[in-house]
Design a binder for this molecule. Sequence first.
Ligand SMILES: [Zn+2]
Length: 167
Amino acid sequence: MFAGKTTELIRRLEVHRQAGLRVVALRPVADTRYERAVIISHAGKRWNAVSVPDAAAIISAARGFDAVGIDEAHFFGAALTQVCRGLIGAGATVIVAGVERNHRGEPFEPFPELLCEADEVVKFSGPCAKCGRPAVHSQRMFANDAHIVVGGVGAYEARCRACFGLP
Ligand SMILES: [Zn+2]
């Protein structure tokens, strides 16, 4: 939500590539907001990516790479944690970006486990759409309580704790 997560993911992938390492970026097929073969930051920075249908498909897509970037990780659910363990166990560096709270403000799989096991965690917040303070929530702007709903422009707003839940 304009917080800079994908920008930071791309920056870290770039550092690994400049070091001569083999780098791959993966993204979920289910996220239909963007082109399938690229990850794009809100600032417009692009990085070639492979779309994968689920967490299990990451294992083969990541084979042979030294650094694996995974964008919009919340689309992959709880199964992603075990996949990341496997990649790290095989010697890869894994960099994951995603939204750690769901539309109700609750912990969003796979992040409860993933954040706990990560060597490093960086949290980003964009400005609250109502008041401009740092936003930690994604406010869904339409009525649907499903766990994952892909939204276009205006479907979600970044909100601070005080403004989360307000109409
Ligand atoms: Zn606010």
